[in-house]
Design a binder for this molecule. Structure first.
Ligand code: GDP
Ligand code: MG
Length: 297
């Protein structure tokens, strides 16, 4: 089932370039048959992960999964913006751009009619220096149409990795959008973690399946957390909505910054670990290739 998804995934990459310190983002997708070949895929993946700048660096992979039209690509584009901004701009809030900046990057909403299923990797890694002085390459991944298989995929993968030292995955973050009861549970991690503790409680009165799922989640991830996000603003429903900062409510913008900081700040960045050891970019390339071979066979 996953075959095409992984295949398309990496092939469906996006071109990204910077001009005069300003980011210009251009999208290109090869939808001709050529890009579906393994060698094309290999070349693209190689271009990202075996790039001299990052091939020997540990990686942090941030991917967003969820229901179609859940705002995954939208959110990732704000992450892109955050990661492209200077440290000063991140701190003073101007990372969001000026009021007229449209949100671009991963294709979001009905921007295009097609509904590709796959994993889309952003072709540029962002390098972040963590407090130990070490550099980490941050990779962003969007997923489309993979939600249905996500649970079984990560369940199986989790099982596969069970005998290794350390858990299969590092952080699972539940992002609840359009949170309407900040008085009950506050926005952000404060309220989110309380809310989650309540939701993930294993309780003997629950159906066994649900109990198992809860135990499974906790045993697959080092950390499970939750973030309650306010509604972006009534503008989102408007077909002319372009994700410009002025179209967002101040609460949304505030929590967005909070979320991005909690994921990408050097103190919080979570490296990909396998068997308890950091995975280097070139090793990740090999893992991808191995999994592609397995899924394609
Ligand atoms: P994806 O299919 O999950 O990648 O969803 P998109 O990122 O393409 O967004 C789908 C639609 O959801 C767009 O029209 C966005 O404006 C809207 N959207 C994004 N984030 C939110 C959110 O937090 N709340 C609401 N209500 N709408 C959102
Ligand atoms: Mg999307």
């Amino acid at each position: 089932v996953v075959q095409l998804r992984l295949t398309r995934a990496v092939a469906d990459v996006t071109a990204y370039s910077r001009r005069n310190g300003q980011s210009t983002i251009q999208r290109y997708c090869d939808h001709d048959n050529a890009w579906q070949t393994t060698s094309y895929l290999d070349e693209k993946l190689r271009g990202i992960l075996l790039n001299d700048k990052i091939k020997d660096l540990p990686v942090a992979v941030v991917s967003v999964a969820g229901a179609y039209r859940g705002g995954k690509s939208f959110l990732l584009n704000f992450f892109l913006r955050y990661l492209s901004a200077s440290q000063i701009d991140r701190e003073n809030g101007s990372w969001l751009g000026d009021d007229t900046t449209e949100l671009v990057g991963f294709s979001w909403r009905g921007g295009s009619v097609r509904n590709t299923t796959g994993i889309v990797m952003w072709p540029e890694a962002f390098i972040i220096r963590i407090p130990t002085g070490e550099k980490v390459a941050v990779l962003l991944m969007d997923t489309q149409g993979t939600f249905d298989s996500t649970s079984t995929l990560f369940t199986d993968y989790g099982k596969l990795m069970k005998d290794q030292t350390g858990k299969a995955f590092q952080v699972l973050e539940f992002l609840v959008r359009d949170w309407m009861s900040p008085w009950e549970y506050n926005y952000g991690h404060d309220g989110g973690d309380l809310y989650l503790a309540n939701k993930l409680k294993v309780d003997v009165t629950q159906p066994k399946e649900l109990q198992e799922l809860r135990i499974h989640i906790n045993s697959s991830f080092d950390k499970v957390t939750c973030f309650l996000m306010p509604h972006p603003g009534l503008g989102v429903a408007n077909p002319a909505f372009k994700g410009r900062p002025r179209e967002l409510t101040p609460e949304f913008a505030k929590e967005l910054k909070e979320l991005a900081t909690s994921i990408f700040s050097p103190d919080n960045l979570s490296m990909k670990l396998l068997g308890g050891q950091p995975v280097k970019s070139r090793e990740l390339f090999n893992y991808f290739k191995t999994y592609m071979t397995i899924f394609n066979s």
